[in-house]
Design a protein around this ligand. Sequence first.
Ligand code: SAH
Length: 221
Amino acid sequence: MAPDSTTADPVVVQRERMVAHHIAEHRKHNRIRNQQVLRVMRITPRHLFVPASERRMAYEDCALPIGYGATISQPYIVALMSDLLAPTKEHRVLEVGSGSGYQTAILAQLAAQVYSLEIVPELAQCAARILRDQGIRNAVVREGDGYQGWPEEAPFDRIMITAAPTAIPAALIEQLRPGGRLVAPVGAASYQELILLDKGGDGRIVQRSCGEVVFVPMKKE
Ligand code: SAH
């Protein structure tokens, strides 16, 4: 995605402030050090991924409603989860919960290919359209249930879940390549632990918690 042409554009100034103030220099939380994550968040027009009614809030550090009970995640959390996932240009990534498509767009600029599943058909269509309009060609959005994963395209080097299950779905752990990594909010509806799961080359699973987060629950079909 090309950066906006003029730095005098108020949207570009707001976005720069979002990344510099809310994300890179976050005092309360861990600082995000991954320069690639900060770079793509500087050039991705978050305001185009939210409904028109929410647009003036697009560069504040908060989640915003996008309809159908879904939210676009808080920018700091998008940065944190992208940082923890550590995708590279060689990686094939599965995302569960396309929502607005914003996190998909961020991942697509960091990875080789992104496969994104969304259970709400209208959101899946909308996310696919905006990704196409933004010229992102290495992300595909499919309507489907994240609990099943995307077996036809497995295994994945990286998996990110952006809705909260009460436990990491077994199919997703199975579809993770040995040596791969998964990031997910796991827990009750009110709040969750952000879990970082690594699958060793021998298939052994190691997990650690990276703090508390609040996501919409992952729905069962
Ligand atoms: N990554 C999104 C966050 C969206 S909120 C963004 O950046 O905007 C979580 C999304 O997960 C919602 O759109 C919700 O509809 C979707 N979701 C919930 N349960 C799901 C499931 N079982 N499978 C796939 N998507 C699901």
